[in-house]
Design a binder for this molecule. Structure first.
Ligand SMILES: Nc1nc2c(ncn2[C@@H]2O[C@H](COP(=O)(O)OP(=O)(O)OP(=O)(O)O)[C@@H](O)[C@H]2O)c(=O)[nH]1
Ligand SMILES: [Mg+2]
Length: 474
């Protein structure tokens, strides 16, 4: 499969100033010679990595191969190209029909249509990109926030903090394994390498590094996927006003009539460097005092709490706590038992008015201390405290996205969790005095998990699923 030559339009479809057609594979140059006539005497082959002006030819319905455009061609000989294969790029005028006609010409000259992500997949298979770098590239193409872009561009660098951290773990594990194997193969020899105590110290160093890396997933997840956030509270406390201020638009209806919001409203919001996937919900109160439509809304609000990662429990700080508030606080205790990953934050809204509730009262009702911020959704008072509390919680102090090694997806996280489990098993075996052959099988497992993160060893189905998310032409 890898020997065939693929082509695709690498710029977005539709009308544009310039379009880029990319060809990769062993016949790329031959195809370019069929469809590109360079100006000047030198053939394209003689000028690698240089933009050459010339005529672009294509067969049309009425005439055989003939010039259809003037454009540029670039020839990147293997292996110094994006895919590691011979690559040709044509830059033509960006007319939709013109681009399709030229793409058709590449097929007529021997290329086949590239599948989604196939150029990047070839780059990975030819060792030009590690798997986690390819994932960073995927994030770069999808990035909608500045933070996602920063994380992606850092992850894409050849010497990214994540690559360095993975390489260090890999090298340490290989060194330990070679020690273990030397001891298995030559048990009677007085080997000058690591003693069991030194191996244990190295294992502890590896597990500390793995734990630190795993902690960074909280940040990666907050930046890449966003935090599922549910705003809840009794009616009229200002949930929708908080939602509107967070998203920066007046999307939710705000009135002084309790029970205004019925359906769940959803939107993303950038909160400092954290992306929130926000849900505004119906005010939760005793079902008997709600009409049938509101009752459905209350049920939906409760369901939204079950899978939240962040719960903003809102209270009207200008009014004494009501029965509905205390009932909600009691139900939140049960919610956190069922959904322990949720992070609860109390928001005392309407701080522009005289305070009638204190954080201590809320803590007392809840039974333990919960972080609390006083804000006014109306005036914006206290807003920066809310943003920095959320940011501090989810970024774990890893604010420099370009400098810290940050795991950016669940696949990388799962591999590193397996690596840590295996290293911990090895530590335990060693401290219990087990032989090196037991320890080495755990170390092999840890090494295999690291190999899966960067793609040194990875299952074909996983590779296919990663590249299937890319667009055609990438
Ligand atoms: N003074 C003051 N009034 C506020 C503030 N936030 C919201 N309000 C007012 O409180 C009332 C209710 O606001 P909403 O945002 O609709 O409250 P809600 O919790 O979404 O209400 P339901 O959807 O009915 O559950 C409106 O009259 C708002 O203008 C605030 O910070 N200060
Ligand atoms: Mg509302």
């Amino acid at each position: 499969m890898l020997q065939d030559t693929i082509s695709a339009v690498s710029s977005p479809r539709g009308k544009g100033g310039v379009a880029v057609i990319r060809i990769s594979g062993s016949n790329a140059l031959q195809i370019a010679e069929r469809m590109f006539c360079p100006s000047g005497s030198l053939p394209l082959q003689a000028t690698p990595r240089k933009a050459r002006l010339g005529s672009l030819l294509a067969p049309t319905a009425s005439i055989d191969w003939s010039p259809v455009d003037q454009g540029l061609a670039l020839y990147f000989p293997s292996p110094a190209s994006f895919t590691g294969e011979d690559v040709i790029e044509f830059h033509c005028h960006g007319g939709a029909l013109l681009t399709e006609t030229l793409l058709g010409a590449t097929f007529a000259a021997g290329a086949r249509p590239a599948t989604a992500g196939e150029f990047t997949r070839r780059a990975f298979l030819n060792g030009k990109l590690k798997l986690h770098q390819a994932e960073a590239l995927g994030l770069m193409l999808e990035a909608e926030t500045e933070e996602q872009l920063l994380l992606a561009s850092s992850g894409l660098r050849e010497n990214s903090p994540l690559t360095k951290a993975l390489n260090a773990l890999y090298d340490d594990l290989v060194l330990l394994l070679s020690t273990a194997y030397a001891r298995i193969d030559y048990p009677d020899e007085d080997l000058a390498d690591l003693s069991p105590e030194e191996v244990l110290t190295s294992l502890q160093k590896i597990s500390t590094a793995l734990s630190a890396l795993l902690k960074s997933f909280r940040t990666g997840h907050a930046v890449v996927e966003g935090i599922q956030t549910t705003i809840c509270g009794r009616p009229n406390v200002g949930k929708s006003s908080i939602y509107n201020r967070l998203i920066g638009e007046n999307k939710a209806i705000v009135t002084d009539i309790p029970g205004t919001t019925r359906d769940i409203l959803e939107h993303t919001a950038q909160c400092g460097e954290v992306l929130l996937r926000l849900s505004d919900t119906a005010g939760i109160r005793d079902l008997q005092s709600a009409d049938p439509v509101e009752q459905i809304g209350i049920e939906k609000a409760r369901q939204k709490l079950a899978d939240a990662e962040l719960i903003l429990a809102v209270f009207d700080g200008s009014e004494a706590l009501t029965d509905a508030d205390t009932a909600l606080i009691a139900s939140l205790k049960a919610t956190l038992t069922d959904n322990p990953r949720a992070y609860l934050l109390f928001v005392l809204n309407k701080s522009d008015k005289p305070a009638a509730v204190s954080p201590e009262q809320l803590n007392q009702a809840f039974g333990k201390a919960v972080p609390c911020v006083a804000v006014s959704a109306q005036s914006g008072e206290g807003w920066s405290n809310l943003v920095s509390l959320i940011q501090k919680t989810f970024l774990e102090g890893l604010l420099d996205l370009s400098q810290n090694a940050i795991i950016m997806n669940a696949r990388q996280n799962a591999c590193l969790v397996s690596a840590l489990e295996a290293v911990r098993r090895a530590e335990k075996s060693l401290s219990l005095g087990f032989t090196f052959d037991i320890v080495s099988s755990d170390l092999e497992e840890a090494l295999e998990s690291i190999r899966q993160v960067d793609g040194r060893s990875v299952n074909e189905d996983i590779v296919s699923s990663i590249f299937a998310h890319f667009c055609v032409g990438k």
